[in-house]
Design a protein around this ligand. Structure first.
Ligand code: C2E
Ligand code: CA
Ligand code: CA
Length: 415
């Protein structure tokens, strides 16, 4: 979810003295005003706040942090491009300093103060600098959250939801993935996107993952006792693969619970940092009967040639390639070739983020083995997963209502 950012950008003329000598004090001011007006006329998201002695001040609305950098770059290009029309006599040079904050932030003085600090940092070399207040606020928030994590684990505030993975050909649930959530007494429900990265940085991801492992083992037992003995997967941060103490503890737990069907989803980006020990440790898990999956494939940098060395049975294509599958020209080609390569390496392929019947149909035609996504089920509590497993004929209906796809030229179109 994007809340939108408010950017306050200060553009300072760094060759002010030269420009004033050529244009005169009044002439420079008029030229700067004309330039600023042109910029605002061309860009609907940009508002002019004011033109000072050597400064033009803009306010820009932009969708997110990544967008803020792009906005400023666009602003600098516009300043460069338009001034050739507006004032051919002299070339103004600008340094840009900006502050951005969420649109709810009402303290405009603070925003201005921070933009001035950014401008100072930008220097005279025509650069730009952004300070993101929304990020700073969140960082503080994350720190307090993380300090609270050990207490939360002990107090039973963490819990798991499960999202099924469906075998496309058999039209059956083949396994389910555990996804962690935190029910905070004051803040309410907190999703993993808001605390996993911080848990990784602070070293708390180890204890958190051991808690998850124990919970998943208990849940798998419960499922099996109800007649649904499917493997349950949990997410393991790749960085934990370098931690020998963690590996020993995991092996101890899974040895003591040898009957539990388990899988680990490993984020591939982190695996690559210390490939040798990661491969060794993954092999230990595989020797204990744990099914290994490479998670978020395509989001990182590793190649399948490298992944070939890992004892993984499953490759999960990142949802960034799947959610736009039927509206993009490029994604179907990437997904298709990934499926073929993975099959050549004798891995099963899972597509995550399957949201539409059209995506499901296309994946099925492409030979994708497993699918997971909101179309089939959101992550749900264990009892809901149980009832779902009890009513799998519904699943055949979802899978049957699929349109047919034909391949035409370099893109995929609906027949
Ligand atoms: P992930 O492993 O890639 O998990 C998939 C995420 O996509 C989940 O978000 C899931 O709710 C969401 N999702 C599922 N189906 C769809 C769909 O059709 N469309 C879209 N747009 N999204 C879908 P969630 O639960 O917020 O988890 C986010 C990430 O947090 C996970 O990404 C995983 O990397 C991490 N995570 C979650 N639980 C754990 C855990 O126990 N340990 C570790 N280390 N990481 C975890
Ligand atoms: Ca995962
Ligand atoms: Ca994933």
């Amino acid at each position: 979810m994007s809340h939108g950012l408010n950017v306050l950008a200060l553009c300072r003329v760094t060759n002010f003295e030269t420009a004033r000598r050529i244009l005169g004090k009044n002439g420079l001011h008029l030229a700067a005003e004309a330039l600023a007006t042109r910029i605002v006329a061309d860009a609907p998201d940009v508002q002019l706040i004011g033109v000072g002695r050597d400064l033009i001040e803009f306010q820009i609305a932009c969708p997110d942090r990544a967008g803020a950098g792009a906005c400023l770059q666009a602003l600098r290009h516009a300043l460069d491009a338009l001034q050739r029309d507006v004032l051919p006599e002299v070339r103004l040079e600008f340094a840009i300093g900006a502050a951005c904050a969420s649109v709810e932030e009402r303290d405009t003085l603070r925003l201005l103060e921070v933009a001035e600090i950014a401008l100072e940092r930008a220097g005279d070399a025509g650069g730009y600098e952004v300070i993101d207040l929304s990020l700073a606020d969140r960082a503080v928030d994350r720190l307090t959250l993380i300090a609270d994590l050990p207490r939360a684990i002990a107090a039973g505030e963490m819990f798991l939801h499960y999202q099924p993975k469906i075998n496309v050909r058999q039209q059956q649930v083949s396994s389910a993935e555990a996804l962690i959530r935190w029910q905070h007494p004051e803040r309410g429900l907190i999703m993993p996107g808001d605390f996993i990265a911080a848990a990784e940085e602070s070293g708390l991801i180890g204890p958190l993952t051991l808690w998850t492992l124990r919970q998943v083992i208990a849940d798998q037992r419960r499922l099996a006792s109800l007649g649904h003995d499917i493997p349950l997967f949990l997410n393991i941060s790749g960085m934990l693969l370098a931690n020998a103490g963690f590996i020993d503890e995991v092996c101890e737990i899974i040895t003591a619970n040898a009957s539990a069907k388990l899988g680990f989803e490993i984020t591939e980006t982190a695996v690559i940092r210390d490939p040798e020990s990661a491969i060794r440790h993954l092999q230990r898990f595989a020797d204990h009967g744990v099914v290994l999956a490479i998670d978020d494939y395509g989001a990182g940098l590793s190649s399948l040639a490298y992944l070939k060395q890992l004892p993984a049975k499953e490759l999960k294509i990142d949802k960034m390639f799947i959610t736009q599958l039927t509206s993009s020209h490029r994604d179907p080609l990437i997904v298709r070739s990934t499926i073929d390569l993975a099959h050549a390496l004798e891995m099963e392929v899972t597509a995550e983020g399957v949201e539409t019947p059209a995506a499901l149909a296309l994946l099925s035609v492409m030979g994708c083995d497993l699918v997971q996504g909101y179309l089939i089920s959101r992550p749900v509590p264990l009892p809901a997963l149980c009832s779902y497993l009890g009513e799998q004929d519904q699943l055949a209906e979802t899978m049957a209502s699929r349109p047919v796809f034909l391949r035409s030229g370099s893109s995929w179109t609906r027949a």
